[in-house]
Design a protein around this ligand. Structure first.
Ligand SMILES: C[S@@+](CC[C@H](N)C(=O)[O-])C[C@H]1O[C@@H](n2cnc3c(N)ncnc32)[C@H](O)[C@@H]1O
Length: 196
């Protein structure tokens, strides 16, 4: 077992509904989730729930030193590991609900891309609403939001509720293809144009 998987598993056993997964996402899933990170310009990219950094690494590679990458992680050991592993990433040990405040503290107006690793299906309805409202409010005109869902979670009421909430909050929500090379298999939601 890799060190990252061991950390993930240990933190999952302590707080299953916050971590929401037994292992980090694969490179395939990371590539699908991070696809909206632009290859040009100086974008502000916000990453929510980076965990041990599967998406962080992909975002950093795509940015190649451009823009601002803010990673918001509520779990202290994971936030610490990320800061050590990715010194060029602005890691905030904080709740994703504070994303707007975290951007203003840094003199950044809004995000161009929000990439989420949050375990939406594990959250109660109130938390799903609070977090998605905070995400939508932090997005600039033309910004993109991506997140993922495990395929085994599709029938769960909390996952169906989240999907309905996405459609309520965004004008455009497009599900991607299933990424089979992930444990467990997952698919990505690409959302744009948050409704006011
Ligand atoms: C399913 S893991 C995904 C980790 C990583 N993105 C990946 O795909 O391998 C969910 C992550 O979200 C973090 N998280 C959960 N609730 C959060 C919140 N309210 N604010 C910030 N991070 C949160 C957890 O600590 C965990 O690191």
């Amino acid at each position: 077992m890799s060190n990252d998987t061991a950390l993930f598993l240990g933190q999952f056993l302590r707080a299953p509904t916050t971590i929401g997964a037994l292992a980090p996402s694969s490179r395939r899933l990371a590539a699908a989730v991070c696809a909206p990170v632009p290859e040009r310009g100086e974008p502000t990219v916000v990453e929510l729930g980076p965990g041990t950094g599967s998406f962080t690494s992909e975002i950093q590679q795509r940015l190649g030193g451009r823009g601002h990458h803010l990673a918001v992680e509520v779990n202290e050991p994971m936030a610490r590991l990320l800061s050590e592993r990715f010194p060029t990433v602005d890691v905030a040990h904080a709740d994703a609900a504070r994303v707007g405040e975290l951007l203003s503290e840094r003199g950044l107006r809004q995000a161009d891309v929000v990439v989420s690793g949050l375990p939406w299906a594990a959250f109660p309805q109130k938390v799903q609403h609070e977090l998605l409202d905070a995400v939508a409010a932090a997005m600039g005109q033309g910004a993109a939001f991506t997140t993922f869902s495990y395929i085994h979670a599709i029938p769960l009421s909390s996952a169906r509720r989240f999907r309905a909430l996405l459609a309520e909050r965004f004008e455009e929500v497009v599900p991607g293809r299933t990424v089979w090379r992930n444990t467990p298999p997952a698919f990505v939601f690409h959302a744009r144009r948050p409704r006011p």
